[in-house]
Design a binder for this molecule. Structure first.
Ligand code: BG6
Length: 302
């Protein structure tokens, strides 16, 4: 559906508008008494969520490209049904097809002046059939409020079990990558993608980033926190139904070489992703349903 039709069906004057962007993508623009949000229908990708008087919580690259079929660098891409490169099909898109697929907007709900939920869906007829032929339906609900709540439900529509990986690939805006520390992962094991996927224990209480970092933490607790000394705030990430947590920053050389990121933008982001990856992949029984959710909130002035 195009912006005009979406506005006619779902628009709410002064609160929810749909905008056609320069290269033909459609985004929802949300405004709730100072809380602002933005979501692209391509990939059902949240690209902004801001609280009144606060710095942005999500990072969207100043060099992000907003064109049909290309992944947007920043916000919250949805990784599904595989994480990273496809295990057997080298031509399949990295991180699955959901992040570049056109999702359908199915519903809008408001509750009071400071809460709006968009519900979107994607089915197997929409994209990716050549790489993942399973019949499925994915339903994603995003609530913009003083916290940002995300819930991804995957339904297996097959009469056999299916297996998939998934992640809400959150890019967080931070003062500087060397000024943040992530708590909540101590005692877990991670797959170090920088070192031939070696498994390592997370012994230190805090994860800090001082070089290229690309880690899939397995079987992680339901809460982790980005402590940002530079901006004196804590971003709290709570999750359910999602065993894995990914921590990624490309660091100087790779970050500068990425056409849609560059230097110094790579310093101002860290990805802390909620998902089910590698050993934590989801095995879903015939006709089964799986749900993962995450709630992001901010404690300022710590
Ligand atoms: C992370 C992966 O989740 O996403 C990294 O662990 C990857 O390996 C990064 O480089 C970005 O991926 P992409 O496909 O958006 O460039």
């Amino acid at each position: 559906m195009r912006a005009k039709e979406l506005t006619a069906e779902f628009g709410i004057a002064g609160v929810l508008d749909f905008i056609e962007t320069e290269h033909g993508l459609v985004k929802a623009a949300i405004s709730l008494g100072g809380i602002a949000g933005e979501l692209y229908l391509q990939g059902a990708q949240v690209t902004a969520w801001r609280l009144p008087g606060e710095r942005p919580v999500l990072f969207t690259s100043p060099k992000a490209v907003f064109v049909p079929g290309k992944a947007i660098r920043g916000g919250i891409p949805i990784v599904f049904p595989w994480f990273g490169p496809h295990r057997h099909a080298p031509t399949a898109p990295q991180h699955g097809f959901a992040r570049t697929a056109p999702w359908h907007l199915d519903g809008v709900e408001t509750a009071g002046a400071e809460r709006l939920t968009l519900t979107l869906s994607l089915g197997n007829g929409d994209a990716g059939r050549q790489f993942w032929p399973e019949p499925f339906r994915a339903i994603y609900s995003v609530t913009f409020a003083r916290a940002l709540s995300l819930r991804l439900t995957v339904q297996n529509r097959a009469t056999h079990p299916i297996t998939f990986e998934e992640a809400l690939h959150c890019y967080f805006a931070i003062s500087d990558v060397t000024s943040v520390a992530i708590s909540g992962l101590a005692g877990t094991t991670y797959v170090d993608k920088i070192q031939a996927s070696r498994r390592k224990p997370q012994t230190a209480a805090l994860v800090t980033v001082g070089a290229e970092t690309d880690r899939v933490y397995l079987d992680t607790p339901t809460r982790c926190v980005i402590e940002d000394r530079g901006w004196r705030r804590r971003v709290v990430i709570k999750k359910n139904g999602a065993a894995s947590t990914v921590v990624w920053n490309p660091w100087a050389e790779k970050g500068a070489a990425m056409a849609d990121l560059g230097d110094p933008a790579w310093r101002g982001m860290v990805c802390v992703e909620t998902g089910n990856i590698a050993d934590d992949e989801v095995r879903l029984a015939a006709r089964g349903e799986h749900q993962m959710s995450t709630v992001i909130s901010v404690d300022a002035g710590t």
